[in-house]
Write a protein that binds this ligand. Structure first.
Ligand SMILES: *Cc1c(COP(=O)(O)O)cnc(C)c1O
Ligand SMILES: [Zn+2]
Length: 435
């Protein structure tokens, strides 16, 4: 299933791959270990492979040393290089230095929602291509370099395509990305502007993803690193940096509740992994936390399964304004269910109208313009606070994963100038806006 060029096979077999503290891949289901390489499914049970590490111990001295090293590091995800599958000198190679985005204390939104504790917005629209995808792509690029891939690719719901195009341009790699043909204009243009190839596919994201899996086994895709397919075990680790940053920005403290959007479920799953690693490394004090997943009603297979008490996620055909989250057959859906249930969280969904309302509410109260995926997250936050499933007295963090400029059409019909006037004081007074 994996791409096996002579170059990649030799690098892996020689043990010459330097991905820092990552020493192997291990199967999430059966625990089987395989050498680091561009593989993503267990040969024994077909379970997903994930990066396995030799990490520093959790004693007080190692924890203090690691914390000091992180705090002295660059203001990007590379400050967490000791916990990621990347070489120690990763920050010195040309890359977009994503991460370390702002964590806003959101008191005005809290007041509006009835949150009495601390509410924070983790605003990942501040990344280089204006979505959280720059985090995961930056890690995948390191794996692509390590395995000798010369073309960077992906199946994308929009943001990933832009992030791959930009990262490949900066790293001097070719890129060829695959998207559903009917994405938002801004996302298509952003994917193409970096000069790589963009292929629109007549079908849903799930069709695009299936096509890419076929391409990986074919000579037509020889030497290609698909960030979210054959490089997925590395790519996925990038989401852990959201967990690390949130805790560091809270003063090395776990929040009580985190609300996270769910497309494939990778981000939510790896944020949980990141929190567990921080506890194990002694960087935060262990205490219970709850993880909440957010979906759009028009693509809510995981929310549906959560509500029905099922362990299996039944695929759906997406129809929602939150196109970044429109994955009808989410690979990590079952893990999202496990994590929400184990931590005492939930998976909930909101309608497109609620998504648009939430985008405007966040903009109006906190000055943060979220893309529709963020509207899903903040809409679900509002719902969960209103029905008491999120304790209003706790410390809650909700993640905005993308920039509102990417999904202008969702809010444009109900958002515009208050008046169009002639450039005269009389005309302004007539508009009824004078103080
Ligand atoms: C990709 C993406 C997500 C999360 O995707 P997962 O597949 O669940 O990791 C969330 N928000 C935006 C804006 C995205 O582009
Ligand atoms: Zn297995």
């Amino acid at each position: 299933m994996a791409v096996e060029t002579a170059a990649t096979r030799t690098a892996v077999d020689d043990g010459a791959v330097d991905l820092g503290p990552a020493v192997a891949l291990s199967c999430r289901e059966c625990g089987e270990r395989v050498p680091l390489g561009p593989v993503f499914a267990c040969q024994t049970c077909f379970g997903p492979l994930e990066a396995a590490y030799e990490l520093p111990g959790g004693d007080a001295e190692s924890a203090a040393r690691l914390r000091a090293r992180i705090e002295a590091g660059p203001r990007s995800i590379w400050r967490y290089a000791p916990l990621l599958p990347v070489p120690a000198d990763v920050a010195s190679a040309p890359n977009l230095n994503p991460g370390f985005t702002r964590l806003h204390r959101a008191d005005r939104l809290a007041a509006e929602l009835g949150v009495t504790g601390e509410l924070h917005v983790k605003d990942d629209s501040g990344n280089p291509t204006h979505s959280f995808k720059d985090r995961v792509v930056a890690i995948a690029v390191e794996a692509a370099r390590a395995f000798g891939f010369t073309t960077l690719s992906c199946s994308s719901t929009g943001n990933l395509a832009g992030a791959v195009g930009a990262a490949a341009a900066r790293a001097g790699l070719r890129s060829c990305v695959f998207i559903p043909h009917d994405l938002e204009h801004a996302k298509v243009v952003m994917a193409a502007v970096y000069g790589g190839d963009v292929v629109g596919i007549e079908g849903t994201y799930d069709d695009v993803n299936r096509f890419c899996s076929e391409l990986i086994g074919d000579p037509a895709g020889e030497g290609w690193g698909f960030t979210n397919v054959n490089l997925r075990p590395y790519y996925a680790e990038g989401s852990k940096t959201l967990a690390y940053e949130i805790c560091e920005q809270l003063g090395w403290r776990l929040p009580d509740n985190i609300v996270i959007p769910v497309a494939s479920g990778s981000q939510l799953t790896k944020i949980d992994k990141g929190l567990k690693e921080l506890i194990a490394a002694g960087l935060v004090e262990e205490r219970p936390y709850k993880i909440f997943g957010a979906q759009a009603a028009g693509c809510s297979p995981v929310s549906r399964a959560f509500k029905d008490g099922h362990d299996v996620v039944r695929p759906v055909r997406p129809d929602t304004v939150a196109k970044s989250l429109a994955i009808g057959n989410p690979a990590d859906g079952p893990y999202v269910l496990d994590i929400a249930r184990r931590t005492g969280g939930a998976v909930e969904d909101v309608t497109d109208a609620e998504v648009v309302d939430a985008v405007k509410l966040l903009a109006r109260t906190e000055g943060v313009f979220a893309e529709t995926a963020g509207g899903v997250t903040f809409g679900v936050l509002a719902k969960l606070v209103a029905d008491g499933r999120i304790d209003p007295a706790g410390t809650t963090v909700a993640i905005n994963t993308g920039d509102g400029l990417k999904t202008l059409d969702a809010v444009a019909p109900t958002t515009g100038p208050s008046a169009i006037i002639r450039p005269t004081l009389d005309s302004f007074r007539e508009a009824g806006l004078a103080s």
